[in-house]
Structure formats: C-alpha cells, structure tokens
Design a protein around this ligand. Structure first.
Ligand code: GLN
Length: 483
C-alpha cells in the first residue's frame, strides 16, 4: 500500500508553492507508463505534451493568483461521457471512431474549473456490467491484485485512481457502477441524488436510473468534484433546479447528529470476510458514540429483478439509435437498409449488449409488458417508498458489495451470479437517493467497501459521515503498489 496526495492536498500544495503542477503531471504520466500495460484503465490517453502544456498554464495561473477550484488537477473521464476533443466509445466497437460534436455538461464544468482531462477510461460496453470485463478494448484489471477485476462498469475510472494514474475521475452509476468499483479498489465514489448532476452528454443506458458521479482517493476530493459538476443544467430536462451543492468545506459528523441503521436484508447475504470488516466498522462507530440501529427492508429482495427489467427495457429502447447510419461503421457496405442495420449491429455490439437488447425488448413487448416492465415499475415504487421512509430516520449502512473482488472470468460466465453483485447498490438507483461508497478496511489484502445511503439531496450528510469514517480507518489517499 502507498499513500498518494489527494486532489485537495495537491491544490493546497500548488497554492502555497510547495509543489509544481508540471512536476506532478510528469509523475502521473510516469505512473501511467508503469501500470497501464497491465491494468488497461484507459481507452484513450491525452498526449503527454498536451497534458504538460496545460499543466504549465496551471502553473502560470497559480503564480498570478488566478487559479480555479481544480486548477492543474488531472481528471480521468469515463468513456461514455462525451468529449469533443477525444473519442467517446462507451467501450463499444459500434462507436469505435466516434468523436462527439459537443462536450457533456460535466466536462464543460471540469474544464471551466481548471481541470486537465488526462484520458477516457475503460468500462463495460455501454456501462452494462459489474466487472469491467465486457469491454471491446479488453478487460480492466484491479491494481490491488492483477488477477482480479476492479468492479464495473466504471472500472477504469477506479483503477486509474488506485494506481496513481489520475487525481480524480468521473464515473456513471445506473445500478452501482460507481460504488462497486470504488469498493473493489479502496477508493471513494458517490452516486448523487437523481437530477443533481446533468446527464447531458452521457451516452444513455438506463435514463431513469443513472447519474454521473465523482470518484476519488478521499471523501473530501469526491465532495469537491461533486460541487464542481453538480447543479441545474437547462440542457437536461430531468435536472433539478437547484444551485451546485456546497460540500467541500464540511466538518465530520459528530455522534448525536444522525443515527445509522443497518437493514438486515442488506448484510445477511454477504460472504464472511466482507461481513466481518463491515461489522467491525459499525462497532467502531458505536464505540465512538454513534447509534447503529437494526432495521428491515424486505422490499430489497425484489429490488434486483425489478432493476434488471427496468434497466434492460430502457437499454433496448436507447440502443435502437445505433443502426450503423447515424454513427456509421466503415466495414459495413451500404445497400438494403435492414440488412445494413443487422450487419452493423451484429458486428458493432458485444454479446452482453445483444443479450440485453433482446431481453429488454421482450420485457416491453405486446402481451408481456404488463407481466414484466409494468410489474417492475410497481416494485420500484414499493422499494422507493420503503427506502425513503427509512432514510428519513437514519443513514442506511451496508456493505457496498456482498463479495470480495472476484477473479477475472469467475463471474461473467453465469449472468445470475454476475448480477447478484449489485444487490446492495441498485436500491439507491431505484429510489433516486444519494449513496456513498468508501473503503471500510481490507481482508486478505483486498479492499472491502462500505455504502451509506441518505434521503434525497442528503449528500452533505453522507460527506460528513464519510469524513468521520475516513478519520477512523485512516484510509485516505491510499493506492496500490509498494512505497
Ligand atoms: N451492473 C449493473 C448493470 O449491469 C449496473 C451497471 C451500471 O451502474 N452502469 O446494469
């Protein structure tokens, strides 16, 4: 284990002149050179010269005292978030050469805050997966153990943080894609309240569920990044009409300010080592004076099937836009329209994506719609109501994932085993509430993550609790590797 500077500490050091942004940029470029061949966290990397030119500009701004909140900070962006200056493939052959004509709102805000985009990160194709193995560009590996997966679908965004190949990153979370990778790599990730962060420019998978969110090596860093990207965007009709949240200067939560509750259904299925680390942390919180209550959320047992029906139905309708024409592929000849479409899809989509289109279309089809899609939306309402009821009283705590990071190939052969990894995370997406995942400890040298869920727009509470937990575990700024 190594300790690396957090983004917050970097900005501090740039400001007081104890570190030079150009020197730091070189160091990160070197780390990328050392690790990338093994980890495969990036699909596209910015040229080193381009990174250095921007770092030199940052240095100038610090010198003149004109620095912005993320001046000179190196940020990695998940490859389903549109950038007009780099390809945006969503890890699919279908979009292999696609360069969007515009930036996502979050990217605009990053650039305006002085951040340097280092590259686009590897992921499961169209964000469909939990391990980052379903990428057309090869799987991502976990820097803590290269035989294991980093979680998905934002695995690249987590892995580059975990080896020091970026200072901050952006992920997207439809059913856990920020939190699962955070849990598996000892990093921090937040799935914001639905509508807090603009989805404009996010390649859609399950629109009613997903949010872009921050990933970082400390809670304060994640808060800082969320503050930069959050707040109303007129270009996203589901965006909440509120100002960016104020999160970067919060104090740790004190006992008595909020209590925690652990729904039995959100721990009992966890494997031994995970449960042990989780309860150990809850015990520490209790001994600090926090109230940790037992609770029950029986609706959780229906959350996973409901999530997968809704997500796949939305995916099937979203992916209908890829007909090989609007986003053309060069290897498919023009001619008969339907033959052309079929060929483009056969070649452009990976196996998991095809499977989900078929299942989603089935769930929406005449005669089955009521039994599947409509039924799932009713379950969603039940889950949402139950979560909101509980979250009004306490911060809901659970492990972020029921198992330790699996080995490559271990889970993807059995879809039900693969989908089961998301049991604790999909709940927040169905309910639209915010959730934070962060390191709770280690077991057998592998990271174990904890998840906290709050009421809608309770990001401040989550950040404050996160700061408290971070002080207790000391797991801030940790990275894989020796030194
Ligand atoms: N693993 C879940 C899925 O495959 C969640 C993915 C995500 O959050 N993008 O749908």
């Amino acid at each position: 284990m190594r300790k690396l500077k957090t983004a917050y500490e970097l900005v501090e050091a740039y400001r007081n002149g104890s570190l030079d942004p150009v020197e730091h940029a070189w160091r990160v470029i070197e780390e990328i050179g050392r690790w990338e061949g093994r980890v495969n966290a990036y699909i596209t990397l910015e040229a080193p010269e381009a990174i250095i030119i921007q770092a030199e500009e940052a240095r100038e701004r610090y010198r003149r005292g004109e620095h912005r909140p993320l001046e000179g900070v190196l940020v990695a962006v998940k490859d389903n978030i549109s950038t007009s200056f780099m390809p945006t493939t969503a890890a699919s052959r279908m979009l292999e050469k696609y360069i969007p004509p515009f930036n996502a709102t979050v990217v605009e805000r990053l650039v305006r805050a002085g951040a340097i985009v280092v590259g686009k990160t590897n992921m499961d194709e169209f964000a469909m997966g939990s391990t980052s193995e379903f990428s057309a560009f090869g799987p991502v590996r976990n820097p803590w153990d290269l035989e294991r997966v980093p979680g998905g679908s934002s695995g690249g965004s987590a892995a580059c943080l975990a080896y020091g190949g970026c200072d901050l990153s952006l992920g997207s979370d439809t059913g856990g894609s920020i939190r699962l990778p955070a849990a598996y790599t000892a990093t921090v990730g937040i799935k914001p309240t639905y509508g807090l962060v603009s989805r404009y420019g996010l390649i859609p998978y399950g629109n009613s569920l997903e949010q872009i969110g921050p990933m970082a090596r400390s809670v304060k860093d994640a808060a800082l990044l969320l503050e930069v990207i959050g707040g109303w965007d007129p270009r996203d009709s589901t965006s909440l009409r509120i100002d960016p949240p104020k999160l970067s200067n919060l104090e740790p939560l004190e006992p008595g300010e909020a209590s925690l509750c652990v729904p039995r259904e959100m721990v009992e299925g966890s494997e031994e080592p995970v449960a042990k680390v989780f309860w150990n942390l809850m015990g520490k919180l209790e001994s600090e004076g926090f109230e940790v209550l037992e609770a029950s959320l029986p609706e959780v047992s229906k959350a996973l099937p409901a999530y997968y029906i809704i997500a796949l139905a939305e995916a099937a309708s979203n992916l209908a836009r890829y007909d090989g024409g609007l986003y053309p592929r060069e290897d498919v000849e023009a001619g008969d329209y339907w033959r052309h479409v079929a060929e483009a899809r056969a070649r452009g989509f990976g196996w998991e994506v095809k499977k989900r289109i078929v299942l989603g279309s089935y769930a929406l089809s005449e005669g089955y719609r009521d039994e599947y899609y409509i039924a799932a939306t009713k379950v969603r309402r039940l889950v949402r109501d139950a979560v909101l009821r509980l979250a009004r009283k306490c911060i809901i705590a659970s492990p972020a994932a029921p198992i330790l990071p699996p080995r490559l190939g271990e889970r993807i052969t059995d879809p039900l085993l693969l989908y089961a990894m998301d049991v604790y995370t999909v709940v927040a997406n169905l309910a639209g509430v915010p959730a934070l995942a962060m390191p709770a400890g280690f077991s057998q040298g592998l990271p174990v993550g904890v998840q906290f869920m709050a009421y809608r727009l309770g990001e401040d509470l989550l950040v404050r609790l996160g700061l408290t937990v971070e002080e207790m575990t000391g797991l801030r700024g940790v990275a894989a590797g020796e030194g």
